[in-house]
Write a new protein. Sequence first.
Length: 203
Amino acid sequence: MLVWWFERKKNPQQFGGKSARGIGSGFWWSAVTMTTVGYGDKAPVSLAGRIVGLIWMFAGIIMISGFTAAIASSLTVTQLESPVKGPEDLLKVRVGTVAESTGASYLRDKRIRYETYGTALEGLQAVGKHKIQALVYDAPLLRYLIKQEFKGSLQVLPNTFLRQDYGIALPSGSPLRETVNRVLLHKISESAWQDTVYKYLGE
C-alpha cells in the first residue's frame, strides 16, 4: 500500500488507476520483490517509492531466510526424532542387545522381546539397516562406537535405563584401595579428563 501511495501519481502506468487496481499492483510488486523473482514488470520510480523498495528488499531477504531456516530445522528434527524416548517405548519397537550381557538381563526382567548379536557393533549395524529400532547396551561403549562408525546417523538417548558403575577389583582389605580412589578422584576432576571423554565418547 505504501508503494502504491507514493507511486500512484508519478508512475500511473504501473500503479495508477482505481485504488483497488493500484493496491493490487502494490501487492504484486511486493510479492515479486520479496521472493526475488524479479520480473521487472513493476518498479518504483519516485524517491520515496525506491526507499520503500530498498527497505522491503532487505526485509524480504530476512523473512525468506528465516522461513527457509525454520523449514530446514523442522525437517531435520523430524528426521532425528526416535520412536524410543524411554524404557516404556521398548515394548512398541524391535529391540536388540548383545548376547549374555547386562542389557539382555535387563530386557528379560522387563519381559521385553529382543534379538541378540555377537557384538555391539553388529547390533548398531542392525539399527542402521532398520532391522531393529533400538539397541540396549552399555552407554559408554555405544557412544564410542557411534562416534567412530556411525556419527550423524545414530544417537544414544540421554536416559539411563539402569545405572551400572564400573569398578576396579582389589583383594579385600587391600592397602591400594585408598590410593587408587584418590588418584581416580584427582584424575576425573581435571579438565583434561573431560577433553578425553569428549574425544572418545562425544558430547
